[in-house]
Design a protein around this ligand. Structure first.
Ligand code: ADP
Ligand code: MG
Length: 226
C-alpha cells in the first residue's frame, strides 16, 4: 500500500512568521485583507513598496501577475491592489479564495540568492543555495549540502556555484556580504533542525547587499507535514 504524505503549503505571511521566530532578516512587511487596510498600513512602511497576492490557490505569485513592485505613492498602491485582484480573478481564482495582499518595503541587492531546504528520507535536511530569480531555473546553478553544516561547509557550497564570482567582486562589481549570507544559511539550518514538521522551504529571493550591509529575505514558502 502506498503511504501518502499529506502536505500543506504555507503562504508568504505564514511562512514569514516562522522565519521571525528564528530572527532571520526579512524586509518589513504587513498583511492587508482589503484595500482600506492596505491604505491604512502604508504609513507604517517606507516607499518604494511592493505588493503581492496572498491566496492558498496561488503558489507562484509572479506567474499570476500577483507581484507589483516599485510603488511610489498611494495612487500606485491603489492601482497595484486592483491589478493584483483582477489578475487573480482572470486566472479563475475566486474572490473568496484571495485572503488579501502582503505589502512590504522594496529592497535591492547586488544579487538575488535562493536558499532552499528539502528533507530527504535518507539524508535528512538538505540545504540548497543558488543564484536566485529566473537564473535558478535557467542555469540550474545550485549547490547542495547535507546538514549539519558549519561555516566552512557553507562557504564551500557557495564557492562551488558557477556564479560565485558575481558575489566576489567580479570585474569591478562590488563585493557581496558573503558572511551575512553564511550566517543566514546557518539560521535556516537551525530552523529546520528545530521544526520537524517542515518538509520543504524556499527563500527566494534573498537579496544580498554589498559587504557590511547584510542580506534580506523578501519571499518565503514553507511546506509542512499536515
Ligand atoms: P514568487 O516567487 O511567488 O513569484 P516573489 O515574492 O519572489 O514571488 O516576487 C517575484 C520577484 O519580485 C522576486 O524574484 C524579486 O525579483 C521581486 N521582489 C519581490 N519582493 C521584492 C521586494 N520586497 N523588493 C524587491 N524586489 C522584490
Ligand atoms: Mg519568490
Amino acid at each position: 500500500m502506498k503511504v501518502q504524505q499529506v502536505t500543506r503549503v504555507l503562504n508568504e505571511i505564514q511562512s514569514r512568521r516562522i522565519l521571525g521566530k528564528y530572527q532571520l532578516n526579512q524586509n518589513k512587511y504587513l498583511f492587508a485583507k482589503n484595500i482600506e487596510t492596505c491604505i491604512e498600513v502604508t504609513n507604517q512602511l517606507k516607499y518604494p513598496l511592493v505588493m503581492k497576492v496572498v491566496s492558498d490557490k496561488i503558489v507562484h505569485k509572479s506567474d499570476f501577475g500577483g507581484v507589483q513592485i516599485g510603488l511610489n505613492n498611494l495612487e500606485d498602491v491603489k492601482n497595484a491592489y486592483n491589478i493584483i485582484i483582477r489578475n487573480a480573478l482572470l486566472k479563475n481564482v475566486k474572490e473568496d479564495e484571495i485572503d488579501g495582499v502582503s505589502i512590504q518595503e522594496m529592497e535591492n541587492g547586488l544579487e538575488e540568492i535562493l536558499i532552499g531546504v528539502k528533507k530527504d528520507p535518507v539524508f535528512g535536511p538538505v540545504i540548497l543555495v543558488g543564484l536566485g530569480g529566473v537564473l535558478v531555473e535557467l542555469m540550474k546553478d545550485v549547490s547542495l549540502g547535507i546538514c549539519p553544516l558549519d561555516d566552512d561547509d557553507i562557504y564551500k557550497m557557495l564557492k562551488k556555484l558557477k556564479g560565485y564570482p558575481l558575489l566576489n567582486g567580479y570585474r569591478g562589481k562590488k563585493q557581496a556580504d558573503i558572511a551575512a549570507l553564511v550566517e543566514t544559511v546557518k539560521k535556516v539550518q537551525e530552523l529546520v533542525l528545530n521544526e520537524p514538521d517542515i518538509l520543504e522551504m524556499d527563500l527566494n529571493p534573498v537579496m544580498v547587499k554589498e559587504q557590511g550591509k547584510g542580506c534580506m529575505i523578501v519571499d518565503a514558502r514553507i511546506v509542512m507535514k499536515n
